[in-house]
Design a protein around this ligand. Structure first.
Ligand code: PMP
Length: 417
């Protein structure tokens, strides 16, 4: 069995932030003459050496196509790629690695479920439920599906804190609803939704739940069996792994009942011009050459997160989040958008009349990378009556000292306007 290199990861007894920061080479660089402060992890996390080395080593030592070769390199590549799947399956407590389908990421996973699982079942007048805080990737695939089938998209409202209205959700759940799509952690607000409870509520009405776990994966231990969802979607790049790879989890019986989504090589067992038959799981849903190095790198990211420990990561990030929330709340004219009681690693805000894009551009001169805009959640912006926000989002490598530098920079920006 070939194992990806992971020399840069050592067992951690405590969460040693200085040592952990050294795992991320990019944190050593300067931006505009200032040390980089990377507060854009919700958009894409930085990669530790363990991931970079695993991908690099794959291309240097083992690169070949997977599954179909008898030669040594192809077998090594297959071992490494399938090893990534096995690690991910264990990490999310999937009962079987056959239930983990590699995709391009959360977006592709949701589209797969919409078109393969739900489309054949929908009739005009059926309903699909999403919440007001969804990322566009958990809205638009369902909208397209509604156009294709005559089904209706219904929206679970949120309150002024950016929390779900649970009473309204209860009222909207009915036998007409054929899918509930819900985000576990909102990228625009940071809200953590009580997904396990929501899955229990949905089950009473026989409603399958798709959980968008893109932002949850880097911050909390996910157990897909304990959540009780039908589908779970994730992206590698949000959890310190490569871009262009992610996964869909669903039970084997569910995946077996679904038709293939895309046709091509790998997903077939036998092809004639009259008829083709499908491969076993997970290959049935992985048409064409997959992102092999991506799967290997995602396995390395899982190893890295497991070694640090998600409870330790969450505890550290929560400290940074509370500290930053307190500091920002002290700034005159600063309004935090999203004040849910249960939050993870994201602060969206507006500073006076300063347009977030101006703020982001100026703050870049202080070496701070933050995101401005609608964060692919335009309905959230519409709800709060703002065109855009500035958003800082924290990863396991951020510190309170970085928050101090950022707050000083913000105060200087405010003086300019
Ligand atoms: N859902 C949420 C909550 C996200 O934050 C993102 C990425 N910003 C996505 C879905 C889409 O993920 P991807 O672009 O990796 O498919």
């Amino acid at each position: 069995m070939i194992e990806p290199v992971s020399a840069s990861v050592e067992p951690e007894s405590t969460f040693n932030i200085n040592r952990i920061r050294r795992d991320f080479p990019i944190l050593e660089r300067e931006v505009r003459g200032k040390p980089l402060i990377y507060f854009d992890t919700a958009a894409s996390a930085q990669r530790p050496l363990a991931v970079i080395d695993a991908v690099n080593n794959f291309y240097r030592e083992h690169n070949a196509n997977v599954h179909r070769g008898v030669h040594t390199l192809s077998q090594e590549a297959t071992d490494l790629y399938e090893g990534g799947r096995r690690k991910l399956a264990q990490f999310i407590n999937a009962p079987s690695e056959r239930e983990v389908i590699f995709t391009r990421g959360t977006t592709e996973s949701i589209n797969l479920v919409a078109q393969s699982f739900l489309r054949p079942k929908l009739k005009p007048g059926d309903e699909i439920l999403v919440t007001h805080m969804e990322h566009h990737s958990n809205i638009v695939p369902w909208q397209i599906l509604c156009q294709q089938t005559g089904a209706l998209l219904r929206v679970v409202p949120i309150n002024q804190r950016g929390e779900l209205e649970m009473g309204a959700l209860q009222r909207l759940l009915s036998e007409r609803v054929k899918m509930l799509g819900i985000v576990q952690v909102s990228n625009a607000l940071g809200t953590i939704n009580p997904v396990a409870e929501i899955c229990r509520m949905a089950k009473h009405h026989g409603v399958p739940v798709l959980v968008d776990g893109a932002q949850a994966m880097p911050h909390m231990q996910v157990d897909v069996q304990a959540l009780g969802c039908e589908f779970f979607c994730l992206s590698g790049h949000k959890m310190y792994g490569p871009t262009g790879v992610g996964a869909l989890w669903a039970r084997e019986s569910t995946l077996d009942s679904m038709p293939p989504w895309q046709g091509g090589g790998e997903m077939i067992r036998h092809v004639t011009f009259e008829e083709s038959t499908w491969n076993d799981l997970p290959a049935k849903f992985e048409a064409g050459t997959p992102n092999i190095a991506g799967g290997v790198g995602l396995g390395a990211a899982v190893d890295y997160l497991s070694k640090l420990g998600l409870p330790e990561i969450a505890a550290h990030e929560n400290q940074v989040l509370s500290y930053a929330t307190e500091k920002l709340a002290e700034i005159d004219g600063l309004r935090i958008i999203g004040t849910a009681r249960d939050k993870a690693s994201v602060i969206s805000f507006i500073l006076g009349d300063i347009h977030p894009h101006d703020l982001g551009t100026i703050i870049d001169h202080y070496g701070v990378a933050l995101r401005t805009g609608h964060h692919c959640a335009m309905p959230v912006m519409q709800f709060f009556g703002v065109p855009a926000t500035a958003r800082v989002s924290f990863g396991l490598y951020n510190t309170q000292q970085e928050v101090d530098v950022f707050v000083d920079a913000l105060l200087k920006v405010r003086e300019m306007f």
